[in-house]
Design a protein around this ligand. Structure first.
Ligand code: ZN
Length: 222
């Protein structure tokens, strides 16, 4: 079945599946673990809507024949209204339709090869299935966007346990910056960066992906 945005209660969200705007190295500890410098301005990249799949109970597939596939657990923000040219803080807050835990999947060997040559990352970041989105909770769920947790447990072991308070670019200024670079539209998704602890996925891995205390999903790698 093709992907459609939805809320945790199963309600379908009737926005098109737009682009997925991502930020790299948004947590200092994660930048360090991959030996990357902490950027002086936000490092953005885009995954097309064709990447997006739902985080289902019965699992998702990874392209095992293309080298190491890394998980990056991230807080996803669903955009519900158009934003462009430096929107105000209030406009950004008003445009947020939901939050979900997500996986930004990355062909890490391929990305390393592209990075070393100074080439764009799309081949490593934009394959079909490279953005795995859980259902959203409504945008008003969090009173404080600087205190949203994100946790990934694999085979019973917590691998990533982050919080938006540690973001180098907090959610609202990040979205203001993104909207100044290119228009955001209803149905676009923001992936807000991954905390420390990334690593490879393997077929058979059992995952629990959560916004702790708010939403929690079980899945596996098929
Ligand atoms: Zn990422």
């Amino acid at each position: 079945m093709s992907y459609q945005h939805q809320y945790v209660d199963g309600t379908r969200i009737h926005f098109p599946v737009g682009k997925v705007v991502c930020i790299g190295r948004n947590y200092a500890e994660h930048a360090k673990e991959l030996d990357n410098p902490v950027p002086t301005e936000p490092l953005l990249f885009i995954k097309p809507g064709s990447c997006v799949v739902a985080l289902e109970d019965d699992g998702f597939t990874i392209p095992t024949e293309r080298g190491s596939v890394h998980y990056e657990a991230e807080i996803a923000v669903l955009i519900g209204k158009p934003l462009s040219t430096r929107p105000s803080r209030e406009e950004v807050l008003d445009a947020i339709s939901g939050f979900a835990p997500a996986l930004d999947l990355t062909l890490r060997d391929k990305q390393a090869e592209l990075k070393a040559k100074g080439l764009p990352w799309e081949i490593a970041k934009s394959f079909d299935g490279a953005a795995v989105l859980a259902p959203f909770v409504v945008g008003s769920t969090f009173a404080d966007l600087a205190d949203i947790g994100i946790r990934l447990t694999i085979n019973g072991e917590v691998r990533q346990d982050g919080n938006s308070r540690d973001m180098l670019n907090p959610i609202v200024p990040m979205i203001q910056y993104m909207a100044g670079c290119f228009s955001l539209q209803a149905g676009d998704v923001i992936l807000t960066g991954t905390p420390v602890g990334v690593g490879p996925l393997n077929v058979g891995d059992e995952l629990v992906l959560e916004l702790p205390g708010v939403s929690s999903f079980n899945s596996s790698v098929r």
